[in-house]
Design a protein around this ligand. Structure first.
Ligand code: ADP
Ligand code: MG
Length: 588
């Protein structure tokens, strides 16, 4: 654990040293601005870098924090140590409202909506009499403790950077936790996360809120540091600049926020002086240089400057500290032979195409049922209808006695139905162990705050122990600390099975688990499936590899053009002339 924290410890040690060094005041002031910007950028790392949600509107949240404390301290005489919480409250309310409205938007609509939000707040601040219109509010008090002024110079530097470091630690803690893994899954689309029982929309709103709160604290500090607020510091131009700093620094890295804020601030000041002297006329030419720099960084270092450093830093494997953790509670399982899944005339129409035409079948506990048919027969669609990824046109699915026809995929997974994907869906830059632990998401409860404060440690240990156990169950224990993205196709597919097992399922749905596997790996897979079956697991298998299907399945459901062709044991199906004509004839 210590090794992972070395950069943060170095930074924490540097702060008092810098404060004591005889540096010019100008430098300290620069570092103060860098700290304030870094705080906003930390929020953007979480929101944009990790969560994949682009926001140009962060400056507006800085403005809410700044104006709230400015107005309240000037008009009510409240202490700034209280107004910061009022500011956070107002920011939270506006962020949740804006988030609920905009975060369901996809693609380019979200960034556009944040631009609109940034602009409208800018004009609101600039047009309200109570907020001093475009002149803003003047004469704020500096922050103080008793009679000690800590709102300027070196003491303010220590305060600001203590907050930055605390924020960075909180984010690093969060990203390495149950909710953090859920947040890290957002960028890859919602399907996998939802199948793990994660409400992706809730997490989008959550990270939007956290990023806004970081910005609000920066605004509070900025207002008392400058002792004046006016709209220009919170407009769209600053919103773009914050995003720019984060992207240059490395939008996916907590450290990128600090590097980016520092670099852009220093370069900005340098260019504002150097460029007009060079060109001979005054003007904001630095914007042009930044534009070019951004294009170059995006082209040659799309992950930002910090990615160069991060690649060289050692990645010490996670310390295994969970051997003595208590096992997670297990679900009660159906008895051998009990009906687990009852599919009753499910149907899916895409316009005029009937992709799944009134398909019915059952799965009993301890059974492996194969769903086969030529390409385009409707197998994947059937799979998606059962797991709740697609809505049914009609029909009913009953799982362990409950009608799950109308449930969303994350609610179905909570009931103990787990799946893998035809195309592996994982978080490539997490370890195998962490990826697998995502499967146990619904078996944990710790939230964002406890994760930031690291009070979730016992639960994390229990989740990691379960992930290790499931990896070992399918013979993948040795890959535990590998980066998931470095695995070959075979182990990646097995990793998905371990992840599905982590949800403690009563039914496992596997979509073409043998695709891309070598002969030896297929044999190992068959071995794993038989072993799971022996432990009472029920499995629905969509698979093209006929040897595997005939080898492990108890029952087969054969589809053609969306319709049920036949059902039966592998021997019966193989002997069926209609199947031979439709399917096996073309395959063999
Ligand atoms: P399989 O998995 O058996 O190869 P699919 O379930 O993927 O087959 O597809 C069944 C049929 O439904 C195909 O004709 C396919 O083109 C069509 N289909 C699948 N998904 C969609 C969709 N989202 N919109 C329209 N047609 C679809
Ligand atoms: Mg398919």
């Amino acid at each position: 654990m210590l090794k992972r924290n070395i950069p943060i410890l170095l930074l924490a040690a540097a702060v008092p040293v810098i404060a004591l060094l005889p540096l010019p005041d100008f430098w300290i002031a620069q570092l103060n601005y860098i700290g304030l910007y870094a705080l906003v950028c930390l929020g953007l790392v979480l929101l944009t870098g990790v969560g994949g949600l682009t926001s140009f509107g962060q400056a507006a949240f800085v403005g809410i924090g700044a104006y709230t404390t400015a107005w309240l301290t000037l008009n009510t005489g409240l202490s700034p140590w209280l107004t910061v919480f009022v500011g956070l409250g107002l920011t939270a309310v506006s962020a949740v409202i804006v988030g609920l409205i905009t975060l369901r938007m996809s693609g380019h609509y979200l960034p556009l909506a944040t631009i609109a939000w940034g602009l409208s707040l800018y004009y609101l601040m600039g047009n309200l009499d109570a907020l001093g219109k475009y002149d803003g509010l003047l004469g704020l008090k500096s922050l103080s403790i008793g009679s000690v002024d800590i709102g300027q110079g070196r003491l303010f530097f220590v305060l600001t950077w203590a907050i930055v470091i605390a924020g960075a630690v909180a984010l690093l803690n969060l990203l390495d936790s149950r909710p953090g893994r859920a947040i890290r899954s957002l960028k890859g689309g919602t399907q996998m996360a939802e199948a793990m029982g994660i409400s992706t929309f809730r997490y989008k709103v959550t990270i939007f809120l956290i990023a806004a709160l970081f910005a609000s604290v920066a605004g509070w500090l900025l207002a008392h540091f400058q002792r004046t607020v006016n709209p220009s510091a919170f407009g769209l131009k600053m919103g773009i600049e914050y995003l720019f700093m984060t992207v240059i620094g490395g939008v996916g890295y907590v450290w990128g926020a600090i590097v980016g804020a520092g670099l852009v601030k220093l370069l900005d000041d340098y260019l504002q002086v150097a460029l007009p002297a060079l060109i001979g006329t005054s003007g904001s030419y630095e914007v042009i240089v930044f534009g070019i720099a951004l294009v170059l960084v995006l082209k040659y270092l799309p992950d930002g400057l910090w990615s160069v450093v991060a690649r060289r830093l050692p990645r010490p494997p996670r310390t295994v500290d969970w051997q003595n953790a208590v096992d997670l509670p297990a679900r009660s399982k159906p008895a051998m032979g009990e009906l687990v899944l009852h599919v009753d005339k499910i149907r899916k129409q895409f316009g005029g195409l009937v992709a799944v035409n009134d398909i019915s079948f059952d799965i009993a506990a301890g059974q492996i049922v194969g769903l086969i048919g030529p390409n385009g027969a409707g197998k994947s669609t059937t799979f998606n209808l059962i797991t709740g990824v697609l809505g049914k046109t009609s029909g009913q699915v009953t799982f362990r006695g409950d009608d799950i026809s109308a449930l969303a995929s994350r609610d179905i997974s909570r009931k103990g139905m787990a799946r893998t994907f035809q195309h592996v869906k994982m978080i490539a830059d997490m370890t195998v162990l962490e990826n697998v632990a995502m499967g146990a998401y619904t078996r944990g409860a710790s939230g964002v705050v406890s994760s930031m404060l690291r009070t979730n440690k016992l639960e994390e240990q229990r989740l990691m122990k379960e992930a290790q156990r499931q990896l070992e169950r399918i013979g993948m224990g040795e890959f535990m600390h590998e980066q998931a993205g470095n695995l070959a196709m075979g182990p990646q597919r097995l990793m998905e099975i371990a992840r599905a097992l982590c949800c403690d399922p009563a039914l496992l749905l596997l979509d073409e688990p043998a695709a891309g596997l070598r002969h030896k790996e297929k044999q190992a897979l068959a071995q794993v499936l038989r072993q799971l079956q022996g432990e009472g697991m029920s499995i629905l298998l969509v698979e093209h590899d006929m040897d595997l299907v005939m080898d492990v399945c108890d029952q087969l459901v054969v589809m053609e053009f969306g319709t049920l062709l036949t059902r039966g044991t592998p021997a019966e199906v193989q002997a069926n002339p209609a199947v031979r004509a439709a399917y096996l004839g073309t395959e063999h």
